[in-house]
Design a binder for this molecule. Sequence first.
Ligand code: DHB
Length: 403
Amino acid sequence: MKDNAVDTVASVPVAVVGAGPAGLMLAHLLGRAGVEAIVVDTRSRREIESTQRAGILEAGTARDLVETGVGDRILREGHEHEGIELRFGGRPHRIHFKELVGASTWLYPQTEVFIDLADARARDGGTVHFGIRDTEVLDVTTRAPRVRFTAPDGARHEIRARYVVGADGSRSMCRELVPQERRVRYGKDYPYAWFGILAEAPASAPELVYADSEHGFALISRRTDAVQRMYFQCDPHESPGDWPDDRIWETLQARVAGEDGFRLHEGPVLEKTVLRFRSFVQEPMRWGSMALAGDAAHTVPPTGARGLNLALHDVKVLADVLLRALSGAGDAVLDEYQPRALQRVWRAQNFSSWMTRLLHTAPGATPFDRRRQLGELDNVVGTRAGRAYLAEQYTGWPSGSPA
Ligand code: DHB
């Protein structure tokens, strides 16, 4: 095929690579202001819908989704949580967010946010191409960037845009377009991972339980009244096939056990995955006519469930900046994007890595490390300032303004 052979050319103000929540929410926000965006993704809609992701929305994230017309189901089917439980030393400690900082969170899985946003795109006549291949993002340093791809039916498409947004996740191809000598990557790997399960069982606790124990970390979350989501710390090289249900339940029960006799309701394990995690940021978040958003620009470890919230905050700022750029302000306003987004990104990087280290036991930890960690946990739950710090960080920050 000749390089310039395409079957269809579409011209729109914004082309978005990646139809996860960040890409779809951006298209939704632009669409509400009358600006068309075409979104493309290599995955099929089914594939995205069947990937398990985290489940916690900050109050501000939930409010943004509701106020822009894509959050009705959050109010109907989500659960507002006024706090979390931290368990350590075999004892429960409630962190009452509402009482401490007047804020709450919503349990509403990312997969459902994706479904709501994809439905809204379909309802509003927005174009989303799922299941594409051979994606090429071209000319991002010019004022006429293009995205080319092959649709599932084999047709070659070209989108001509004024701006391109790379919302293509933690294995982003768009971020590679920032030349190596002009980008900085900050990152950290962790010597542990999470073993995540979905289980058919009744809920074991009304709110999330984050448990530290001599055996390692566990997190008890939920999906529906009949299906629960749980995680436990494991070796990054662990293989799900080595974990029959009995072994999983024994591990989880040991990590949440305590003097209050707390036990999890058990049931058939429907899904098992090992989640590797890391902290990562790439700067700059904008290169020429391209901006990066969400996991493409930054990844956080899952503890505290910041990832989706951060991604949606990025696109809130980005929509504001792009709309102003497109209505006459020009490229100069794009310079506001990175500082406004990054302030929250680094706060979240700090919080996610702090909460991860607070609750996990690193291989090779010494008895001193372990006693110090218990001292830190005791400082967090045993002082008002400690509890308020966790509550404030967990429930989210106000939208970023330029530093
Ligand atoms: C969930 C995931 C998290 O990482 C977290 O901190 C809380 C909840 C979840 O999948 O429900």
